[in-house]
Design a protein. Structure first.
Length: 579
């Protein structure tokens, strides 16, 4: 099977295999990553450096001639004192060769093709506002990254210009390592990047860029250092194996890679456009629900949306948006007053209008009363009322934030303390819990948890809100977490869903204080006005909300399973192509 057939015969795998990258905070749904197309790009590169992308021609020269010429030129440069004699490279053995090469190709050590010079370790005191730009790894990956300048004398080894071949060898594996051909004019080279000077003009730099980047997986495996920041030594780079084809085939490989990468670009753009159009359609139809002026139109809009449920809610992002819409409708009173008929067993069926708790029978709909012209953004049912958060709280306790400084974690004992990283949207994650010494915790008994309180992130990672279960009795919270002890008129799960709704978070985001580290003032939190139904209706709304969220969770599980399957199939295609 040719490279083109490998791509075109599996287009659905390359374009449909996606993953969702988590968002960085409240209101960020996360970015959809096109993992299938990423796999395709890596496959093209792998096929290229193995000689599986282009045809071999018997009439062409042998790569052994290139290796011989490289060796002669290296000896000449050493004899002329232009370069130092390098450390001996490892002898080439058959066991080390990872796969057989096409006829006319030859294995060569990277150190046989070039001399590598590390960049200069510039001090911050040497930085200037003019002169040569100092090129760091971030500048290789992003032309718009901030740049420092150097205006002093510079060794030739540390100066680069358009056409210079570079290899970055330190940083985060998968993002920082790689070969680059500099194309932005004269510059000064920072440390952690090698300036590479080829032995003569027997190699095509762009092919060598492909060949080096095709070895990235091996470089990463050989990287040294701690978690996150690692480096590849010059010795590892010099001894890396490169599969070298005749020069004529290098040209053909470059051309073919350019063609196929351009195809990947088109597939990526097409997929992104489709995802963007899908998101816009989902947003538009969901907004008709929350903007419905009365219960009759709400039921009609839901009927319209339910008719296209299978085509609308096919991604994790669309399911997230549906969950938020459900929470918003719950807050508005749109889930109260009509019976929910939900029967879930096994794989979710196509949700019907009645099944999702929004009856199409107009006689069953609960009429909404118009909101006043004061700070009430939408209409609520007649039995509901607008209340300040402080009026829903246990008057003997009030809303408080927790321990200001946690101090050093004790080796044993201590009080388990929830931080903002532990409080997620509508749940608490205790997997990373830490403890605080009893002495530090003692003055903060007011926020010691009993179970049944609502906790809310007010600084740091916003978006976390949850009901405290009884098994966390005796825990405390950090300063960035507020504790809301509940009064008799509010049902904990209802308040959690209310705070998690888009309505509430629009209020919070418009009241955040601070510049670099924004947070919500407790005085502001206490004064926020929210819609509250009678206690029995709160429980009814929560029940319906959880039924609908459960349907969403099951739909999301199906989507994730299908996505995992597509990812596995894409991996299988890649692996089979490289056997």
């Amino acid at each position: 099977m040719s490279a083109e057939e490998l791509i075109t015969d599996h287009l659905d795998l390359w374009t449909e295999a996606t993953t969702k990258k988590p968002g960085s905070g409240r209101g960020t749904n996360g970015k959809i990553e096109l993992t299938g197309i990423d796999k395709l790009r890596k496959l093209i590169l792998e096929l290229a450096v193995r000689g599986l992308l282009t045809e071999q021609r018997i009439c062409e020269s042998d790569a052994s001639e290139i290796v011989s010429n490289l060796h002669k030129e290296q000896k000449r440069l050493v004899a002329a004192g232009l370069i130092k004699k390098s450390k001996p490279l490892k002898p080439l053995n058959e066991v080390e060769k990872p796969y057989p090469l096409p006829k006319g190709w030859q294995w060569v050590r990277l150190g046989q093709t070039m001399e590598m010079y590390n960049g200069r370790a510039f001090k911050s005191s040497e930085w200037s506002t003019s002169g040569l730009p100092i090129i760091r790894i971030q500048n290789l990956n992003d032309p718009k990254a901030p740049t420092n300048y150097f205006s002093g004398p510079l060794n030739d080894r540390h100066s680069i210009d358009t056409g210079t071949f570079l290899i970055s060898w330190s940083g985060t594996p998968g993002t920082s390592f790689g070969a680059f051909i500099w194309n932005r004019g004269p510059a000064a080279l920072n440390q952690h990047i090698n300036k590479c000077v080829f032995f003569g003009d027997f190699l095509i730099p762009k092919f060598m860029q492909l060949a080096v980047n095709g070895q990235m997986k091996n470089f990463i495996q050989s990287a040294q250092g701690g978690v996150g920041l690692k480096h590849v030594t010059k010795g590892v780079l010099a001894n890396a194996l490169i599969a070298l084809p005749p020069k004529e085939e290098q040209h053909r490989i470059i051309q073919k890679v350019d063609e196929l990468m351009a195809l990947c670009d088109r597939l990526e753009q097409q997929t992104c456009d489709q995802l963007a159009a899908h998101d816009t359609l989902v947003d538009t139809l969901l907004s008709t629900l929350t903007q419905s002026p009365n219960a009759t139109e709400l039921a009609e809009n839901w009927t319209r949306l339910a008719a296209h449920f299978d085509t609308l809610f096919t991604t994790e992002q669309s399911i997230d948006k549906l969950k938020k819409t459900i929470l918003q409708l719950a807050v508005m009173g749109a889930l109260a007053g009509s019976p929910t008929k939900t029967a879930i067993s096994g794989k979710p069926e196509k949700p019907s209008v009645k099944r999702c708790g929004m009856s199409s029978d107009k006689k069953q709909s609960t009429p909404l009363i118009e909101a006043s012209k004061i700070d009430k953004p939408f209409s609520i049912p007649a039995a509901w009322r607008w209340e300040k958060i402080e009026d829903l709280v246990d008057p003997d306790k009030g809303i408080s934030y927790g321990i200001i400084k946690l101090g050093k974690e004790p080796k044993s004992g201590g009080v388990p303390t929830l931080r903002c990283s532990d409080v997620k949207p509508r749940k608490i994650d205790t997997s990373g819990i830490r403890t605080v010494s009893e002495k530090i915790e003692e003055p903060y008994r007011r926020t010691r948890l009993e179970g049944g309180e609502v906790i809310l992130n007010i600084r740091g990672t916003l978006g976390g809100v949850a009901l405290v279960p009884s098994n966390l009795k005796g825990f405390n919270v950090a300063r960035e977490v507020a504790v809301i002890p509940l009064g008799p008129t509010i049902y904990g799960p209802f308040l959690v869903n209310l705070i998690a709704s888009p309505f509430f978070w629009e209020m919070i985001e418009s009241n955040l204080k601070g510049i670099a580290y924004k947070g919500l003032n407790l005085k502001t939190l206490r004064s926020l006005r929210v819609p509250v139904p009678p206690l029995n209706v709160q429980k009814e709304v929560v029940k319906k909300t959880e039924e609908l969220i459960s349907i969403c969770d099951q739909l999301e599980a199906c989507i994730l399973k299908a996505s995992d399957t597509r990812g596995l199939l894409a991996n299988t295609v890649v692996e089979s192509a490289l056997v």
